[in-house]
Ligand binder design. Structure first.
Ligand code: BGC
Length: 403
């Protein structure tokens, strides 16, 4: 079914190809600091959008499906879903950045459905977008869509999730994913006091990693293990399930529900005689699953584990302030949006975009030139300073979040 839709899509898109051969991966030459981004608080709060999968404000001000009154170019932005808060924020920031540069922007959310995302991209190609910015629902499922865009002469930029198995991607813009992993590892070591354990003392740990089809997930794991493996080797960390490999710990689609189930199974099967001290979770969503599992197993503040996360989503911020999540990794989507908008501009103007990585993002067809932004660890001590004083969230947004 999925395959059929993709191939139908490919046929239609290829038949629309009018600028064949203009994509990347040929001889075309292609082309990475943190600055303060636009304050989203003056905008409509994207987290409050609960729409049908399409952004409420996808239409351009001039009412046309695409073009601007001054003949500006049309950028199509394809996002995974609105079910995870960060993508709504990312979309709002991208829209703002691109519109400030004079582009019209069509935003679509795919409701976590790769077939739906492929269909939406098909429509974007049919509407003759000038550039596609795609955050893949499932990075391994969009090669045909990206190839079709290439055949239609539409450049593709991969936004925070690398599209695999295609040479149609010009650039990748993301955060330093391996650095995110080492940051999670170091912060776990610090919060769990791993360097201050007495002789023979240890902490128990279980791992909840991201989706195996997402290159970011493996890089986060690699970074994390670079820091934590020595503690496992020395016996200061003990993983009772012995599930420490990426394959054994990755969770499909970064699903909070699957993380909860897995954590419940671990607790019931391996932690009846002793407590679980650390849940190394690779995202806020995975952390939320672990938190629910710990709560239903009866853990309280007196024996609550260290639980990590990534993204600093609003619910996670609330959990950090309440003490159920120890910390998260802040990835300022305003900076990501600025870098991505600059890439769009470079691609459309035929110039080179700023990149700072030419090695890590091999998508099986090419090593995609990337710009990686710098993440930052946030816990209850610096949350207000970094996120509220930094203008990313208002205190009211955090107070209104669900814990
Ligand atoms: C992103 C993370 C996000 C995860 C789950 C990854 O590709 O890098 O920021 O938490 O997907 O959506």
């Amino acid at each position: 079914m999925k395959k059929k839709m993709l191939s139908t899509f490919l046929c239609i898109a290829v038949s629309l190809a009018v600028f064949a051969g203009c994509g990347p991966g040929s001889e075309t030459e292609k082309g990475g600091e943190k600055d303060s981004g636009p304050d989203t608080s003056s905008e409509k709060d994207p987290a409050k959008d609960t729409g049908s999968g399409e952004a409420a404000d996808t239409k351009t001000d001039d009412g046309e499906a695409g073009g601007t009154s001054d003949g500006g170019k049309k950028i199509a932005l394809s996002m995974p879903s609105q079910s995870q808060q960060r993508w709504s924020f990312d979309a709002a920031n991208m829209k703002k950045e691109l519109e400030a540069k004079g582009y019209s922007v069509d935003v679509q959310f795919a409701e976590d459905d790769p077939a739906k995302q492929a269909e939406q991209i098909e429509q974007m190609i049919a509407a003759q977008a000038d550039c596609l910015v795609i955050a893949a629902t499932e990075p391994g499922e969009l090669a045909a869509a990206a190839d079709a865009a290439k055949s239609a002469g539409i450049p593709v930029i991969a936004y925070d999730r690398l599209i695999m198995d295609t040479d149609a991607v010009y650039y990748y813009v993301s955060f330093d994913n391996k650095g995110t992993g080492t940051m999670i590892g170091k912060t776990i070591a610090e919060k769990a006091g791993l360097d201050n354990l007495a002789d023979g003392e240890y902490k128990t740990i279980e791992f909840f990693m991201g989706s195996a089809d997402d290159k970011n997930a493996r890089l986060v794991y690699n970074g994390l293990m670079e820091v934590l493996q020595p503690y496992l080797d020395s016996g200061r960390l003990i993983c009772r399930t012995e599930r420490t490999s990426f394959d054994d710990t990755s969770i499909k689609e970064w699903s909070p529900e699957k993380a909860q189930q897995r954590c419940e199974d671990y607790l019931a099967g391996y932690y009846t005689e002793e407590e679980l001290d650390i849940c190394a979770a690779a995202s806020d969503g995975l952390a939320s699953g672990c938190i629910r599992a710990m709560q239903s197993a009866g853990y309280t503040a007196s024996n609550w584990p260290v639980i990590s996360g990534q993204d600093c989503e609003l619910d996670a911020c609330k959990n950090i302030l309440d003490g159920t999540q120890s910390f998260s990794i802040y990835k300022d989507s305003r900076v990501l949006a600025q870098k991505c908008a600059a890439m769009v501009e470079a691609v459309l103007n035929g110039t080179e975009a700023e990149i700072n990585d030419t090695e890590q993002y091999d998508n099986n067809k090419l090593i995609v030139p990337a710009y990686l932004c710098t993440p930052q660890a946030v816990d209850k001590d610096n949350l207000k300073e970094v996120l509220v004083d930094g203008g990313y969230y208002t205190q009211e947004q955090i107070d209104a979040a669900e814990s």
